[in-house]
Structure formats: structure tokens, C-alpha cells
Write a protein that binds this ligand. Structure first.
Ligand code: NPQ
Ligand code: MG
Length: 369
């Protein structure tokens, strides 16, 4: 592949409902979108950085800066790639900024798979044509609203319910959902809102038969998670703390988690995600694919990744309409029997809707490489 052009768009899409977590509430989804062109074909990647430094320190603005001012010159000076897995080494001079790098790598994977005329999952070694869908339920104003939301999602066919929790919204909502739906696969995600001083509360959560407790403690911590893991029967899953294959290796060596949530953006790209997958298979650690309220571009990437054999738990990959009335990619993802079908067309298998992209774009720029 000889890269010819790089484009960067910032888009903003209204969410169908506000999404509240322990770190805040979002009413719209902002995303930088990257396109790379080679041999007359265009590949797309989405950056999962947030509107502010809440989930991680990267933001849509740091990603725009790093892609425009630092990744672009590295692409310009190299231009030719035989395979997308060569990109991480080319970007190694830039420390950190994994979400910015991952977006560009995703565009290169889409481009590569389109040029090979194969759906991406086949090039990754995927083994499924549909992936089990779970749903992440934001913090609600009250318990009746929560029960109504969960009931609606279960009626749609979602196979696992994940409740976002925070101090003051934890034991009661989990108890209410567990009492009303005794057999549902249920988990909780704290987005790092607790400390070891909250051990009494975290022990109470142990009584609800949770599939896992996701990222209860500090976003960078491994040692305290290892300590907590020894106190709880519920498996700990790490999200924010696993920013690379290196960190995954450390977490497993320390006993900090029994399950890993993989997000290609958070770990710095698809190649790094594949390395975590190989490690997890070797160690018998179950994986699932997390979600960042992606548009169809990032959602498609997650679906392809989730077809790998080590991804054995239901994912935070939901139907498009769970988040958006209108997406910038077509066709929308729809739930079928609790699963999302894997796009079978070349590359990501979704197409940009230029009309909707240009209507939702707040900024864009194109460079010749
Ligand atoms: C998680 N996602 O697993 C994340 C966190 C998250 C689906 O629970 C805007 C953009 C708002 C990305 C809120 C889910 C977000 C966001 C939460 C990601 O921890
Ligand atoms: Mg999480």
C-alpha cells in the first residue's frame, strides 16, 4: 500500500438518551474519524477518545493534535506499508496517545482488507459470523427507570446486562435488578470510582452472583486490584488499567484480574489487541470487547475483533439504535437473536454515508501524504 491522502473529521452525533457513568454524563457523541487512501481505495478508522479527559486522559482535541501534527509526518516519511501490523513500529517515536494511534491503524486495516477484498474478521482469524451482544446501562435517575430500561433491553434480546455503578448507586440498583431478573447475566462497571476503603460495599456486591466486577479501583492501579481480587468471589475484570499487552501481562502476573475487557482504542490499536488475545488464549483468560459509544465505523471494528476465538463473553457491542437515531455509516447494526451479524463485505463492511458525515462534521481537513 502506498498511502496518498489522510483526512480527519470531527463529528458530533446526538445520543438517543443521555449516558451517565461514575465520571459524568454525555448527551452527544463526539468522535474524530480518520480516512486513509491508497490505490484509489479509502479505509476508515474511528478514535474513541472522549470529549474531555474523564475515561482516559486522551480527548478528541489531543487526538486531533497528535494525528495532525505528529502521526501525519511519520506517515508522510514512510508512506509504504505491506501490512497494517507494521504501523505500530512506525509510530513508536510517539509515546502514549494510544487512542489517536489506534484510529489511524484501524483505517489502515480497513484499507488493507478492502484491497484484499476480504471482510476484516477473516484476515484477523475470526471464527464466528455473529457475536453475542450485551448492553451497558447508564446510571439512572431512580430504580423504577432502571428496571424499565433493563426490561426493555432484555425484551430486545441482549444477552448480558451491565450496570454502571458509583458510590451511592451500587447495592440498591444491583439488588433490584437481581431480584426482578434472577437468571440474567449481570455485571457492574465502576469506572474506577472506588478505593479499598469501600471494601464493605464491594463485599455486598459479591452477593448478587455477578459475572464480573469491572474496574472498581483506580484507573492506573494493578496492585490494589490484586489485593481486592483476593477478598472477593466475583471475578474482577479490568478495563481502564489495561492500556497495552505489557500491562495485561503485568495484571495477570499480579493476579489483578481474571477477565479482560479489550477495546482496540484503549490498548493502542488492533495489533496490540491481537497480542492481548494471544496472551489470553495461552493463559485461559476470557476476553470480551468493550464499547465506547462508537459510530458505525468503530462499532464495525469491534464486531470484527469479537469474532476471535478468545472472545468468549457477551460484548458491550449493542445495536446502533441503542445509541443513535442516525449513524454516519450504513447499514446500521441490528440485533438478531441476541447477536450482531458480522459484516461480510470487504474491510469493515460498512460504508460512510457522506451526506450524514458532512452534516455532523464540526471540522475536517485533508492532507496529501
Ligand atoms: C466502559 N463504555 O466500559 C465505557 C465507558 C464510557 C459502554 O460502558 C462517551 C464516550 C461517553 C465514551 C461513557 C460503556 C462514554 C464513553 C462511558 C465510554 O467503561
Ligand atoms: Mg468499563
Amino acid at each position: 500500500m502506498r498511502l496518498e491522502r489522510l483526512s480527519l473529521f470531527l463529528v458530533e452525533l446526538p445520543l438517543v438518551a443521555p449516558f451517565a457513568t461514575s465520571f459524568g454524563e454525555e448527551r452527544t457523541k463526539q468522535a474524530p474519524l480518520v480516512s486513509l487512501t491508497a490505490d484509489g481505495v479509502m479505509g476508515w478508522g474511528e478514535c474513541v477518545a472522549g470529549s474531555g479527559p474523564w475515561y482516559s486522559w486522551e480527548t478528541v482535541e489531543t487526538a486531533r493534535y497528535v494525528i495532525s501534527e505528529h502521526i501525519r509526518p511519520l506517515l508522510s516519511s514512510r508512506k509504504v506499508f505491506e501490512h497494517p501490523s507494521e504501523l505500530p513500529a512506525a509510530l513508536a517515536p510517539i509515546r502514549g496517545h494510544g487512542m489517536a494511534k489506534a484510529a489511524v491503524e484501524a483505517a489502515l486495516w480497513d484499507l488493507y482488507a478492502r484491497l484484499q477484498r476480504k471482510p476484516l474478521y477473516q484476515l484477523l482469524g475470526g471464527v464466528r459470523e455473529a457475536v453475542p451482544a450485551g448492553v451497558s446501562v447508564g446510571i439512572q435517575p431512580d430504580i423504577p427507570s432502571l428496571l424499565a430500561a433493563v426490561e426493555g433491553y432484555l425484551a430486545e434480546g441482549y444477552q448480558r446486562i451491565k450496570l454502571k455503578i458509583k458510590p451511592g448507586w451500587d447495592v440498591e440498583p444491583l439488588r433490584a435488578v437481581r431480584e426482578r431478573f434472577p437468571d440474567v447475566l449481570l455485571s457492574a462497571d465502576a469506572n474506577a470510582a472506588y478505593t479499598l476503603a469501600d471494601l464493605p460495599t464491594l463485599r455486598e456486591l459479591d452477593r448478587f452472583g455477578l459475572l464480573m466486577l469491572e474496574q472498581p479501583l483506580h484507573f492506573e492501579d494493578l496492585l490494589e486490584h490484586a489485593q481486592l481480587a483476593r477478598e472477593l468471589a466475583t471475578p474482577i475484570c479490568l478495563d481502564e488499567s489495561i492500556t497495552s499487552a505489557r500491562r495485561a501481562r503485568e495484571a495477570l502476573a499480579l493476579g489483578a484480574c481474571r477477565i479482560i475487557n479489550v477495546k482496540p482504542g484503549r490498548v493502542g490499536g488492533l495489533t496490540e489487541a491481537l497480542e492481548i488475545h494471544a496472551l489470553a488464549l495461552e493463559r485461559g483468560i476470557p476476553l470480551w470487547c468493550g464499547g465506547m459509544l462508537e459510530t458505525g465505523i468503530g462499532r464495525a471494528l469491534n464486531v470484527h475483533l469479537a469474532t476471535l476465538p478468545g472472545f468468549t463473553l457477551p460484548h458491550d457491542i449493542s445495536a446502533t439504535k441503542r445509541y443513535f437515531r442516525e449513524d454516519i455509516a450504513d447499514p446500521p447494526f441490528e440485533l438478531r437473536d441476541g447477536h450482531l451479524p458480522v459484516p461480510q463485505r470487504p474491510g469493515l463492511g460498512v460504508e460512510i454515508n457522506w451526506d450524514r458525515l458532512l452534516r455532523s462534521a464540526t471540522w475536517s481537513r485533508t492532507w496529501k501524504l
